[in-house]
Write a protein that binds this ligand. Sequence first.
Ligand code: NAP
Ligand code: MG
Length: 407
Amino acid sequence: MAEKIKMQNPIVEMDGDEMTRIIWQLIKDELLTPYIELNTEYYDLGLKHRDETEDRVTIDAAMATKKHRVAVKCATITPNAQRVEEYGLRQMWKSPNGTIRAILDGTVFRAPIIVKGIRPFVRTWKKPITLARHAYGDVYKDVEYRVEGPGTAELVFRGKDGNEIFRDTIHEFSGPGVMLGMHNTDESIRSFARACFNYALEVRQDLWFATKDTISKKYDHTFKDIFQEMYEKEYSEKFREAGIEYFYTLIDDAVARVIRSEGGFIWACKNYDGDVMSDMVASAYGSLAMMTSVLVSPDGCYEYEAAHGTVTRHYYKHLRGEETSTNSMATLFAWTGALRKRGELDGNTDLVNFANDLETAAIRTIEEGVMTGDLAALSELEDKKVVNTAGFLREIRKRLDQILSER
Ligand code: NAP
Ligand code: MG
């Protein structure tokens, strides 16, 4: 066997929970460590260890990502009341993804893995649509009030010295109703715009952005203006050189165009639009198990993960000793994404090639009809063979060895 590939700098490795934690180890044992002298800085974000460290480990992992610039993360449990009981937690710890995103000031880009035999529900879509969601503010950080009876709702802004700078009537209520106040900051919008422009350049795809600026003449218009200004000042030249475009339109027009498009672009969305549209786009491509996700910070740190969760139902089956057929594609592509990025940053061609070969082997496996149960239910291929969780990775390895032997 050929010599193992060496890595100059480490990848920050964030282990996780349940079925994806099982898959994590299988991927490393079957597809990574036999080929690479894997250099990772390991952080155990499994719920038990988060609890033991009072969630310190999540912060440490995020700080390590700032330092090393590349991370790969396994899916993790976001605790709710039931999990607090199940794991005997000291506290209902916050979502690790939320914590990491806040520290890195990152934007999440989600893209589907496309394979022959699994056609998107939208006939025209031939290439992936990558969705970028602005994950700060708006209705997710609002203040709401249930109006019980007649009265006046006002919007007031006071400067730091306490002086009133702005006051306007929102509505004169004659009876019960509802109201809310929400905000965003130029700084956060700028970080979001920068992450989107940089990512578009990196993957050489057009960038679309949309708001409702015709109706929301200050709020949404600010988003539009910040994107436009940054584009003109810093990115128009680079986009021209890369042969890609920045395209702005109204959100309803964007939705109509997305449905008629071929795909192959990045769609930047405001927080709520992104929340809604990412679930629509993901289901239209067929399967959450084929959706990859990368968190990109404005200063160029990358954290790769699968978009799905810890696949709890399969894990309980696994614990009962029953066979599982869990799809490891998105988790595997999180690893290949991180390895490729590490390789690119370090000028390590062997590592980049390996990541590409591993992806080719995985896609080939499915296109040759060997797949997990979730995909078999969707695939239009004639001959399909359903394999179990570990069997799928062994099938990928066979094809990987084939590809490597032909190099
Ligand atoms: P989930 O883990 O994504 O699974 C939901 C269902 O989708 C599964 O039961 C399964 O359907 C199907 N599925 C998802 N991934 C699959 C895969 N790789 N292979 C095959 N089928 C797959 O979502 P959940 O059950 O709502 O959440 C479970 C836990 O994950 C929660 O504790 C949540 O906090 C956490 N979570 C973490 C992240 C993250 O770390 N990024 C994201 C979301 C959720 P069938 O059961 O029908 O086979
Ligand atoms: Mg959603």
